[in-house]
Design a protein around this ligand. Sequence first.
Ligand code: C5P
Length: 227
Amino acid sequence: MQNITIAIDGFSSTGKSTVAKQLAKHLGYIYVDTGAMYRAVTLYTMQNGWIDKDQFDVDALVSNLDKIVISFTFNPELGFAEVYLNGVNIEREIRTLEVSSFVSKVAAIPEVRYQLVKQQQKMGKDKGVVMDGRDIGTVVFPYAELKLFMTASADKRAIRRFDELIGRGDDVKYEDVLRNVKERDYIDSHREDSPLVQAEDAIAIDNSDLTLEQQFDTVLNLVNKTL
Ligand code: C5P
């Protein structure tokens, strides 16, 4: 069977990564979480003190981009690849609300996008890849054989993200999570470089009222029709 490229885009916390991981496992494909890459750059920026409440030293970040090495290593216990920043596993640190509060600002910088998109295109060059993000079907792989655009109501998405953060022991308030989800959606869809938009040939899936099984069945059906 031919290998294809599956691009999954959508707003924050729409369950893109859940369905992408399920699909990659089922098909024996590579899964690439591009949000983790933007989060890794954000963490590096924070670690160096270049971004904080009221200041952001974009020049310092841009002139040090070549020092940021992002890699993925498959963890057989978890069943997916974890992200590493300069050789250190940062899978947990990048999921905090603090990183989420800065990531969209970092992701709006064209130089950052240029570097990461280049790396993403390299990772998916042989097809057999499921990649999720905001610009996969529009910029990274505009010729992907299957493009999905995931949506769900902001409340549902914030509840999911809140449950996830509380589940791992983070001390967060629901209102802060909801505000962050809405703020990221706004910045991601209004930035100049590669704004979040549904590709013309993408299939939209609203999973507000779908169980994980129903969502997976829907998506698998679309994959089988494409193969
Ligand atoms: O997918 P996730 O929510 O982890 O992504 C975090 C942020 O990274 C997004 O809110 C967006 O600002 C940025 N991002 C992006 N392009 C991608 C993936 C993520 O701009 N392809």
